[in-house]
Write a protein that binds this ligand. Structure first.
Ligand code: UD1
Length: 435
């Protein structure tokens, strides 16, 4: 299995180019199901989840070309024939976002068979709200043998009020609504930039959508959609992770090609801790010298502090003076990184949904284990300031969502190397499903 070996203690300096957002690229690839014409996506990150989605779409009969036209980050998808509209368990279990194909498959083919995703390392991950919404749009849904089978000759518009804000749930139903008959009104929608990104692609394909990025989205269904070309937004979580890398090492890093507007909550918190962040339209420069102080965070839906940045912030809080309270409101079990950070010398106590981090503690190297995507990122950050050489095992979790993180870190001066074979298949299938 691949491991990272990281020697800590070096303030990172230089420029990091931010990749396209995995969480935008995944629904945008699923949106290609909605048309028989070609969809071209630019700025698609080269991460394992994208390869998984390629496999998923290909297994249904789609043509998917990553690196199309010799452009590393361009993807061409053509779903002319979807001979087998099934998302198999073998694929769904490694990437929960596979359930994003449910809505577009029913809308386009009138049927879908999608494996139930099951739980994952960060807690239960139900898709009941996707199902409820599709039923309201007239789909008949049967659940047996671990699969959902959904059918609808043509979905019809409906009034959907989400009981809880769900990102992929909003995206899934949005994709279903664009081809439904009549108007769909969705309330209490997720406002994440990834929803807005998907809506831009759908609009370029001919969909009629109002209100994406607000809690209320109104869709007028159309008969058919056509092909389109779309550029994926920069990844705000990758950007946030590198911001923390600059801050935690007392470095000076500039993030290039990011969207600072999507990073407001993280930038705001880092500033509160005494970290300097200078923004332009598409860059953020983070500089941190001297002591930083802790702050409390409480994860919320966008535009609040993202749950996908909670673990990374916690690593930072171990290096800040004073006590920081970290409250996780989105997922029930998203503190898997705590025990590993404690093994490196952190002082963290968890009580229910809140972790109390007492800083500043000096961290020392240890052999630690990555447990899910963002937890793994927090271990990398901790290792960057730990004394000695930290070995992080199971880095396939990181490869799911960070494009060549070790190369980008080396580019700003980190001492990090990978050992083992990159992207081995058996590791991919052993990987637990995480955000
Ligand atoms: C997406 C992101 C993930 C991020 C999360 C929250 C992708 C591919 N993944 O995951 O990185 O951590 O948003 O920002 O975009 N819920 C239900 N019923 C449902 C759906 C969700 O109860 O049908 C609950 C979940 O258990 C969770 C909460 O709603 O407690 C939010 O989950 P959701 O927004 O759906 O997360 P994902 O879309 O899976």
């Amino acid at each position: 299995m691949d491991k990272f070996i990281i020697r800590g203690g070096i303030p990172l300096q230089g420029t990091v180019r931010i990749s396209g957002a995995k969480n935008s690229a995944l629904p945008c690839m699923a949106a290609a199901i909605l048309t028989e014409e070609e969809v071209i996506l630019e700025n698609v990150p080269d991460v394992r989840d994208i390869e998984t989605e390629r496999k998923l779409l290909s297994s249904m009969g789609a043509e998917v070309e990553l690196g199309y036209g010799r452009a590393h980050h361009r993807t061409r998808i053509r779903c002319a024939l979807l001979s087998d509209p099934v998302a198999k368990y073998e694929i769904v279990k490694t990437m929960r976002a596979s359930s994003l194909v449910l809505g577009p498959l029913i809308a386009r083919t009138g049927m879908a068979r999608v494996a139930m995703p099951g739980g994952c390392a960060i807690g239960g991950r139900p898709i009941d709200l996707h199902i409820k919404g599709l039923q309201a749009m007239g789909a008949e849904i049967l659940q047996e043998h671990g699969y959902l089978e959904a059918r609808a000759k043509r979905l019809r518009g409906a009034h959907i009020v989400f009981d809880k804000i769900t990102v992929t749930g909003t995206e899934d139903l949005l994709m279903a609504a664009v081809l439904a008959e009549g108007e769909t009104l969705m309330e209490n929608c997720a406002r994440e930039p990834e929803v807005t990104d998907l809506a831009s692609l759908l609009t370029a394909m001919g969909a009629r959508i109002e209100g994406a990025g607000t809690p209320t989205i109104r869709v007028q269904g159309v008969e058919r959609l056509h092909g389109a070309r779309h550029r994926i937004n920069p990844d705000r979580i990758e950007a946030g992770t590198f911001l923390v890398a600059g801050a935690i090492t007392g470095g000076d890093i500039t993030l290039a090609g990011c969207n600072p507007k999507h990073l407001s909550a993280v930038v705001h918190k880092l500033r509160e801790c005494g970290v300097q962040c200078d923004l332009t339209d598409d860059t953020v420069r983070v500089t941190s010298q001297g002591a930083v102080r802790g702050a409390d965070i409480s994860t919320e839906e966008y535009p609040g502090f993202p749950t996908d940045m909670q673990a990374q912030f916690m690593a930072f809080a171990t290096q800040a003076e004073g006590t920081s309270l970290v409250t996780e409101n989105i997922f029930e079990n998203r503190f898997m990184h705590v025990q590993e950070l404690v093994r490196m010398g952190a002082n963290i106590r968890v009580d229910g949904r809140t972790a109390t981090v007492r800083g500043k503690t000096s961290l020392s190297s240890a052999a630690v284990m990555a447990s899910d995507l963002r937890a793994s990122a927090s271990l990398v950050l901790a290792a960057l300031v730990a004394e000695g050489e930290t070995i992080i095992d199971r880095v396939y979790h990181i490869d799911r969502g960070y494009e060549r993180i070790e190369e980008k870190l080396r580019g700003v001066g980190a001492k990090i190397r990978r050992i083992g074979n990159v992207f081995r298949e058996n590791e991919a299938s052993a990987a637990q499903v995480t955000a």
